[in-house]
Design a protein around this ligand. Structure first.
Ligand SMILES: *[C@@H]1O[C@H](CO)[C@@H](O)[C@H](O)[C@H]1NC(C)=O
Length: 372
């Protein structure tokens, strides 16, 4: 076959030959573009349902999303992502120049784990007990243990622990966790005891302490570039209103927001401290609580918290399987009772990656972090 092509080529007129060469070059450029030339060689993702891409699919938990209408706007349909399309870290993965999104730890088949893995698990938190009333999940400690398993695979592939370390030093580590330690722990007063054990101040302190230790463990495994995400205003999610009712003139449960903002303040201070302590590393804090309509005119035009796009099971707050969701999904902030739509995920990603318009990242945005 190949010989026939060469023979044809040799007998072609020179003008035809020139065109053929041009076409081959164009195809080559296109292929190279598709293969991707990411700014960082690898990306590891830790977190909860805001980042999960299918790690809970086989777990006996209510916190699963591998059925329609979840994934209705995702190429190929439902994957386990807790939204209609892509998540914020998916958009960041694309902005980094990767040609594919990171596979879930639960199924990396067909992917090269050297390039990255997603460990995020719906309902998971910093604390072990968080979210477990819904069934088992992967808390942050388990996610880091899973990362150690992947590291040994990477070492085997790259030819030893030293080679693996050199590689792991260059990766981006994206961590977005903690919401469930409030929504599916501290705020569930009948199910968990933490609200009786800790004041909001003490709870935030205990969480950030535990988080700090886990980040340091990750650093010991070779992580050097971190994006640490603060928590969004969880008092403004539809579930908060459903559970706690509308209080006064506020559209959000301000008491819940207040508790979470204490955590965010402490986390930002931790990131500052880590930048001072671990001088071989760089940590970025992403202030997700800044993503509100006062700062983003786009959100003002969207349907807010009482308008979930899909019909939800009031007990779980998740979309009922196979029910038809709203049509104008880009005009809704919330997809189900907990999770934003793809449109809002995209907004979160863009403002964390290029933070020039609204300053939500400290001390730099993710696009600058990965160039260091
Ligand atoms: C694992 O992922 C691959 C590729 O993404 C997919 O084709 C396969 O069905 C998945 N396997 C399981 C058991 O989910």
């Amino acid at each position: 076959m190949f010989l026939i092509i060469i023979e044809k080529f040799l007998t072609m007129g020179s003008e035809k030959k020139l065109w053929l060469v041009v076409i081959i070059l164009l195809v080559e450029i296109k292929v190279q573009h598709c293969v991707g030339n990411p700014i960082v060689p690898c990306l590891f993702i830790f977190g909860d349902s805001l980042s999960d891409c299918g790690n809970n699919n086989k777990l006996p938990t209510l916190a699963r999303a591998n059925f329609l209408p979840y994934g209705i706007d995702f190429p190929g349909g439902p994957t386990g992502r807790f939204t209609n399309g892509k998540t914020a870290i998916d958009f960041i993965t694309e902005d980094l120049g990767f040609s594919h999104l990171m596979p879930p730890y639960a199924n990396t088949s067909g992917f090269d784990v050297v390039e990255g893995v997603n460990y995020a698990s719906g309902a998971g938190g910093i604390r072990k007990e968080t979210g477990t009333h819904a069934g088992p999940d992967m808390n942050l400690e388990l996610q880091i243990n899973n990362h150690k398993v992947i590291i040994s695979q990477i070492a085997a592939k790259l030819g030893g622990p030293d080679k693996a370390q050199q590689h792991l030093n260059k990766c981006l580590y994206y961590i977005n966790i903690g919401s469930n330690d409030y929504i599916n722990n501290y705020f569930l007063r009948n199910t968990y005891s933490t609200s009786r054990t800790y004041t909001p101040e003490q709870y935030a302190e205990a969480l950030v302490q535990q988080y700090s230790q886990q980040i340091r463990v990750l650093h010991q495994t070779g992580a050097r570039k971190f994006s640490i995400n603060g928590l969004g205003l969880v008092g403004c999610i539809p579930q908060a209103i459903t559970l706690r009712g509308k209080i006064g003139s506020s559209t959000c449960v301000e008491e819940d927001n207040k508790a979470v903002l204490i955590f965010d303040d402490k986390l930002r201070i931790l990131v500052d401290q880590l930048n001072k302590d671990l001088t071989d590393s760089k940590f970025v804090f992403v202030d997700q609580a800044m993503i509100k309509s006062e700062n983003y005119p786009m959100l003002k035009g969207m349907k807010g918290m009482t308008n979930r796009c899909c019909k939800v099971n009031e007990k779980t707050g998740q979309c009922n399987p196979l029910e038809v969701p709203c049509n104008n999904r880009d005009l809704h902030i919330f997809w189900d009772s907990f999770h934003p739509t793809e449109a809002v995920h995209k907004l979160m990603a863009k403002s964390a990656f290029y933070s020039s318009i609204t300053k939500i990242t400290f001390p730099m945005d993710i696009s600058s972090l990965v160039k260091m």
